[in-house]
Ligand binder design. Structure first.
Ligand SMILES: Cc1cc2nc3c(=O)[nH]c(=O)nc-3n(C[C@H](O)[C@H](O)[C@H](O)COP(=O)(O)O)c2cc1C
Length: 302
């Protein structure tokens, strides 16, 4: 009998598909819908200290092999977000609170709030490619990453997963700093810094000019990051970037991931994407004689 349950630190997931941050994770209603469609866990939209409107439109555009977005981290702020969390009691899968801040104090404060609200783990967004002061300025420095993780770990007892960028120097150096700070796992990767120019208007399409590239086009970069991190770190790695099919998910697990997050594919394939990936993965495991995710996790590293 094939079992696709997986473990990330102390979090137990009934399957390895997780809703990525920023995709339907802002309201209780959308999180309940995702849970009912078979996801193994949910990551909330990244939440900061205060409400933020984000950038003016255009904030997103479909491009070759994916989506380019520069939302600018719009969110209701941590106090207001409690109302949404208070309404997700019936969700019976882990909900991971994503947070962003400008320094270790803000991250620690936000993490504590998320723990008090009853969430199961924290994802630290250290890698937003387009929000000045909140993203790569923090996630590019091993020293700052180590410090942020350390401060957060002092404040909470639930697992903490920093989300890393492939735009921040050597991702393994950053991953090691996160591990030294006490991270319970790392998430790789956030969307990649990119640009689309309208050749008729002769200027960048997005209001913010630069955005984050998500979807199929970034998958080879993300798989490489997961592979390198899995080889060098002792903590679990969660893969994200371009997962659309069960084949994509299997590839990430072979590269060492214990679970995958799904973002842009929710727009392309709808909410059935979680169940479809699980079904395909089960069939593939049966055909290959694997009984659990651990039986083939990281096989490509050998
Ligand atoms: C519209 C949009 C909004 C996003 N917002 C966030 C966010 O708030 N926090 C975060 O950590 N990542 C955010 N991301 C990045 C995704 O979580 C994910 O890392 C990235 O899109 C790559 O995965 P994918 O190719 O499956 O979409 C966002 C992505 C998109 C497309």
């Amino acid at each position: 009998m094939v079992n696709i349950g997986t473990r990330i630190s102390e979090l137990k997931l009934r399957n390895p598909t997780i809703l990525a941050s920023g995709i339907l994770g802002e309201t209780s209603g959308s999180m309940k819908r995702v849970a009912s469609c078979g996801a193994g866990a949910i990551v909330t939209k990244s939440i900061g200290m205060k409400p933020r409107e984000g950038y003016p439109n255009p904030t997103a555009v479909e491009i070759e092999c994916g989506i380019l977005n520069s939302m600018g981290l719009p969110n209701p702020g941590i106090e207001e977000f409690k109302k949404e969390i208070d309404e997700i009691d019936e969700i019976d899968i882990p909900v991971i609170g994503s947070i962003f801040g400008k320094d270790e104090k803000e991250f620690a404060f936000l993490a504590k709030k998320m723990e008090e609200y009853g969430l199961d783990a924290i994802e630290l967004n250290l890698s937003c490619p387009h929000a000045r002061g909140y993203g790569l300025e923090i996630g590019s420095s091993p020293d700052i990453v180590r410090e942020v993780v350390r401060e957060v770990k002092k404040k909470v007892s639930i697992p903490v997963f920093p989300k890393l960028s492939a735009n921040a120097g050597d991702i393994v150096d950053i991953g090691k700093a996160a591990e030294e700070g006490g991270a319970d796992g790392v998430v790789a990767i956030n969307s990649l810094r990119a640009m689309k120019i309208d050749i008729h208007l002769k200027k960048p399409i997005l209001y913010n000019r630069v955005g984050g590239y998500s979807g199929k086009g970034i998958k080879p970069v993300a798989v490489r990051c997961v592979y390198e991190l899995s080889r060098e770190l002792d903590i679990p790695v969660i893969g994200v970037g371009g997962v659309e099919t069960w084949e994509d998910a299997v590839e990430y697990i072979l590269a060492g991931a214990c679970a995958v997050q799904i973002g842009a594919a929710v727009y392309y394939r709808g909410l059935s994407v979680f169940a479809e990936i699980c079904e395909g993965m089960k069939r593939w495991m049966e055909e290959n004689g694997f009984e659990s995710i651990e039986d083939f996790r990281g096989v490509a590293l050998k």
